[in-house]
Write a protein that binds this ligand. Sequence first.
Ligand code: AP5
Ligand code: ZN
Length: 216
Amino acid sequence: MRLVLLGPPGAGKGTQAAKLVEEYKIVHISTGDIFRKNIKEQTELGKQVKDYLDKGLLVPDELTVDLVWDRLDQDDCKNGFLLDGFPRTIEQANKLQKGLEERNIKLDKVINIAVDKEILVKRLAGRRVCTNCGATYHIDSKPTKVEGICDLCNSNSVIQREDDKEETVLNRIEVYENQTAPLIGYYEDLNLLFNVDGTLPVDEVFEIIKNHLDNM
Ligand code: AP5
Ligand code: ZN
């Protein structure tokens, strides 16, 4: 299975990605996670991208596309992959399509998780993440946690992401609307799009997606 997850910041891409890669035994590729790992480890790439993430701006395509292809060309992606947070611009989508054609492979589905802006702001401002294992929490919806010890890995690493402060959240949503939302039409034209209501409970969103993929 080769999948792309589309949706605004806070739509629940990371939440659904964790469940989908487990269900279909495919590789999870999150460009946001890759950038955050590099920032944490203070690599050369991390230093180059930190300012963009902190401000909620997109990292330039030239730092993003090659990195994704390096990952997609590894052996473990042969059985399938899920792209989460990529592509995010028409340019990235064109480069993804071109690379897929060169390798003679096709995407099976692009899943668009739709959620209104007011809900996104609440979700992101209340989100807490484990910087050790990537687990996601929320201050007042399940699984709840404010900060501190992670239930999954026991590390004292649950924090608020730097770009989840309210001002940056609004900026990220605007960047999404201007640069990423046009991808919905792009993939609709390619007959690959499946829309799901991301305001439903997590397990229901997952069941709807799974049901669709299992009956394609
Ligand atoms: P990235 O890491 O991709 O962040 P994002 O797209 O902003 O998405 P988020 O991780 O914020 O949200 P999500 O949709 O995964 O939601 P989640 O499941 O956590 O990108 C970060 C930055 O990296 C970008 O700003 C950019 O700088 C850079 N970048 C990354 N990729 C790039 C690219 N391709 N090109 C250029 N730059 C790039 O859920 C959110 C909250 O809601 C959680 O608290 C969760 O518990 C809760 N929740 C989830 N689902 C539900 C539900 N159904 N009901 C109730 N609550 C829910
Ligand atoms: Zn953890």
